[in-house]
Design a protein around this ligand. Structure first.
Ligand SMILES: CC(C)(COP(=O)(O)OP(=O)(O)OC[C@H]1O[C@@H](n2cnc3c(N)ncnc32)[C@H](O)[C@@H]1OP(=O)(O)O)[C@@H](O)C(=O)NCCC(=O)NCCS
Length: 168
C-alpha cells in the first residue's frame, strides 16, 4: 500500500462496532451479528481472528478456526473503499504463517461460485476447488469448497515468502 501504515492485530472486543460497519457494507443479507463475533473472539482455544488497520483505522478482517491439523476460514472482508490494494492478501499471509506455526497440514473454506475476487485471492495462495455445495448461499448460488494441503512442508513456507515479496 503506497500511503499509511498497514498493521495486523488480533481482533478485540472493542473492534466489534467497526467490524460491524464493514460487515454490513460487505454482506447485506447474511452477515454476522456482533454477538457472533464476540463468541468467536472469546473462543480462544480454536479461533484465530485478526484485523488490518490503516493508520489505526480498521479496514479489513478475517477469521478462522485452527483445530489440530486443519484450519478453516470462517469470514473475510475488506472495506469496499480499500479493496484491490492487497489488504486481504496481507491478512491471508498472516493467517497462513500462524497456521504453519501451529503445524497445520491443510485448510478449507467455502466461497460463493459468483465471488470472483475472493476466488482469485484464495487461488493465489494455492487453494483448489474440491467440491461444490449446491444452493449453499440460497437458491441458485452454490459454494465452492476449496482446499489446500501440504502446509507443513518447507516448500509451502517458501511459497509464502515469494507471495510476501510480491505483495510488499
Ligand atoms: C474478497 C475480498 C476480501 C478481497 O479483498 P482485497 O483486499 O480487495 O483483496 P486483495 O487486494 O488482496 O486482492 C486479492 C485478489 O483479488 C483481486 N481483486 C481484488 N479486488 C479486485 C477488483 N476490484 N478487480 C479485480 N481484481 C480484484 C486482486 O487482483 C488479487 O488477485 P492477485 O493477487 O492475483 O492480483 C474483498 O473483495 C471483500 O471484502 N469482498 C466482500 C466480502 C467477501 O466476499 N468475502 C469473502 C467471503 S468467502
Amino acid at each position: 500500500m503506497s500511503e499509511g501504515l498497514l498493521t495486523i492485530s488480533p481482533m478485540e472486543r472493542e473492534d466489534i462496532p467497526r467490524i460491524m460497519e464493514i460487515e454490513r457494507q460487505c454482506f447485506t443479507d447474511d452477515g454476522w451479528t456482533a454477538e457472533g463475533f464476540q463468541r468467536e473472539i472469546d473462543n480462544k482455544k480454536i479461533a484465530f481472528y485478526i484485523t488490518a488497520s490503516l493508520d489505526g483505522k480498521i479496514i479489513g478482517y478475517m477469521g478462522s478456526w485452527i483445530i489440530l491439523e486443519e484450519a478453516h476460514i470462517t469470514t473475510f472482508a475488506v472495506d469496499p473503499e480499500y479493496r484491490n490494494r492487497k489488504v486481504a492478501s496481507t491478512l491471508m499471509l498472516c493467517f497462513m504463517r500462524e497456521a504453519v506455526k501451529q503445524e497445520v497440514h491443510w485448510s478449507t473454506l467455502e466461497v460463493s461460485e459468483k465471488n470472483e475476487h475472493a476466488i482469485k485471492l484464495y487461488k493465489r495462495f494455492g487453494y483448489k476447488t474440491v467440491s461444490v455445495r449446491k444452493n449453499y448461499y440460497g437458491e441458485n448460488e452454490d459454494a465452492f469448497l476449496m482446499w489446500i494441503g501440504n502446509m507443513h512442508l518447507k516448500s509451502f513456507s517458501e511459497r509464502l515468502d515469494e507471495i510476501e515479496k510480491e505483495i510488499s
